[in-house]
Write a protein that binds this ligand. Sequence first.
Ligand SMILES: Nc1nc2c(ncn2[C@@H]2O[C@H](COP(=O)(O)OP(=O)(O)O)[C@@H](O)[C@H]2O)c(=O)[nH]1
Ligand SMILES: [Mg+2]
Length: 335
Amino acid sequence: MLNRFFGQKPQQAEPKKDSAITQEHIEGDSGSEKSINPFKNSLSRTRKLFGRLGDSFKQDNITDELWDELEEALLSADVGPSTTSWLMERLHQRVVEEQMHTGSQVQKALREELVVLLGKPSPLSFAKQSPLTVMLVIGVNGSGKTTSIAKLANRLKKEGHNVILAAGDTFRAAAIDQLKVWGERIGVPVISQNPGSDPGAVVYDAIQAAGTRGSDVLIVDTAGRLQTKYNLMEELKKINKVIQKQLPDGPHELLMVIDATTGQNALLQARKFAEDVGLTGVVVTKLDSTARGGFAFAVSDDLGIPIKFIGTGEKVEDLAPFDPQSFVAALLAQD
Ligand SMILES: Nc1nc2c(ncn2[C@@H]2O[C@H](COP(=O)(O)OP(=O)(O)O)[C@@H](O)[C@H]2O)c(=O)[nH]1
Ligand SMILES: [Mg+2]
């Protein structure tokens, strides 16, 4: 038991107590922040799980009930068994070391540890040498790839980028059409070929088109089908080669879209991609339709790949750059 309380997570640096996390930052519950915190609405289902802890956090002693309720909330929110047990150990350890004796002290420590787990905000990387930044977007079918690409393109366009899209999911005619419809809606050109054509050829065309049109960002949609005859990883490596032949420093982002409602299962696949093709970031979608918002902590902790964006709904503007402090504030807000 003692061991459990003082266990150290392997390969995890001791969280720095002097990190620039102020209570004000973490609370994030002031009037103005409330209206702009993009995670507030989408985390409402998950927040309910933590809401039950409200009474225990108000106690002037640290009860067994608090620990039980906290563990249950973390597991129900899909923080995952390994990250949950690490957090519980870490908090027990801090209670002893810092001689905490009230529920609100534990609550404050929880907020701090959750923010530390999520790491620093990680913005998109853009090409430093080549005039074109290429972002490859991968993920299983239905995870929200195409929708997230449209949201991202719309966002980058609004920021002043000249964006072009490549319909690299050539397996399904509907997937090509879907991207085209989005392209028209947001006013961004889509380069495509017939269904069944080689995704590498589509990407080659798109890079050429980007040059002609003066585009500075190319976002590539890819197939998400996994079956024995079709090796997604090999296909991805081929696309990578096509890009690198023309842009040696590309692709500049390899983003994996993960549906939060599928939870921990998706981590297995993500880990494989992280190892084999070098993911640079994760987009977690459908946070709004699940109580598994704690999944974000498992992604950061288990995968060690930064979350770059969160999908907060089905509309084109429902994509928020990931900000750990606002995320935790929204998760633990008391209303
Ligand atoms: N509620 C919600 N739905 C989403 C989100 N992102 C995508 N979707 C929906 O998920 C479904 C599949 O999305 P799609 O982009 O076609 O997935 P793809 O097969 O990976 O390209 C669509 O109905 C989208 O509207 C999100 O953040 N929130
Ligand atoms: Mg798609």
